[in-house]
Design a protein around this ligand. Structure first.
Ligand SMILES: O=C(O)CCC(=O)C(=O)O
Length: 258
């Protein structure tokens, strides 16, 4: 599975420009013979949370139309990062995943809201898991702050996913933690981690990219820079079987104790 990670310079509170940028970037990534394209967190609006009433995508309709059409056109799977979605009277930070036929496979609302960026005031938390299958590979997806909750990832990884997709707006100031947390999630779950962070800044934070592809032993296969770019890497799932076969971490769990 060849993956492309799109480090976008998200324009704060400017969905039209962000849909244009995403369309251009996906078109470029698709020229590189990739199987899965991955986007960062909240890419339609950035963290313009106080204006979600006018900016958020109504039930995800615009995002679904754009990403589904691109997935079909380029015959590529898209892990659509996350977008701000309005549904009934609430706002969600929602990941949308599409297969090569443009079918919507999964919708996931971020479960762990990040209080330091006021999500707890503006965003409604999700309550459901996010597991899906891409080209017959079991996979899962989480959003940014979720990676600080290993039990949330483990609960899902124990059900088979071999690759964990992460979409983020992770501030530069905590990037050293980003790397360590992601390597730990890969090692403990014996899975590939494909993690995309945005670049650029908003009125409150700078975001330094450093998107990562990590193998099931925690080795970094690809490392993004701090500017807008597309990073690619190839995942060989025989490695997941080999690592899980050589150390039976999942079988050795004692879930009755924790
Ligand atoms: O956990 C962190 O340090 C960053 C989390 C974050 O920025 C987010 O969830 O949007």
């Amino acid at each position: 599975m060849r993956v492309a990670l799109i480090q976008l310079n998200i324009q704060y509170g400017n969905p039209d420009e962000n849909y244009r940028q995403v369309t251009t970037a996906i078109t470029q990534a698709a020229q590189q013979a990739v199987d899965v394209i991955v986007l960062p967190e909240m890419w339609n609006t950035g963290y313009a949370l106080t204006r979600l009433n006018v900016l958020a995508d109504d039930n995800g309709a615009r995002t679904i139309k754009v990403l589904s059409q691109l997935a079909q056109q380029f015959h590529v799977n898209i892990v659509g990062g996350s977008v701000a979605v309005a549904r009934e009277d609430d706002f969600y930070n929602e990941m949308l995943v599409f297969d090569r036929a443009g079918q919507l496979l999964s919708r996931y609302d971020k479960v762990h809201r990040f209080g330091l960026m006021a999500e707890d005031r503006y965003i409604t938390a999700g309550r459901t898991e996010n597991r899906f299958t891409l080209d017959a590979v079991p996979a899962m997806g989480v959003i940014c702050y979720d990676i600080r909750f290993p039990e949330w990832l483990r609960k899902q990884a124990a059900q088979g996913p071999q690759v964990i997709f992460v979409s983020a707006e992770w501030p530069t100031v905590r990037l050293p933690q980003w790397k360590i947390l992601l390597q730990a999630r890969a090692i403990e779950n014996q899975a590939f981690v494909v993690a995309v962070n945005r670049v650029g800044s908003d009125p409150d934070n700078a975001f330094g990219g450093q998107s990562l592809v990590i193998d099931p032993l925690g080795t970094i296969l690809a490392h993004g820079s701090d500017h807008a770019e597309i990073t690619t890497a190839t995942l060989d799932f025989d490695q997941v079987a080999a690592v899980r076969g050589s150390m039976p971490v999942f079988a050795d769990r004692q879930p009755e104790l924790y």
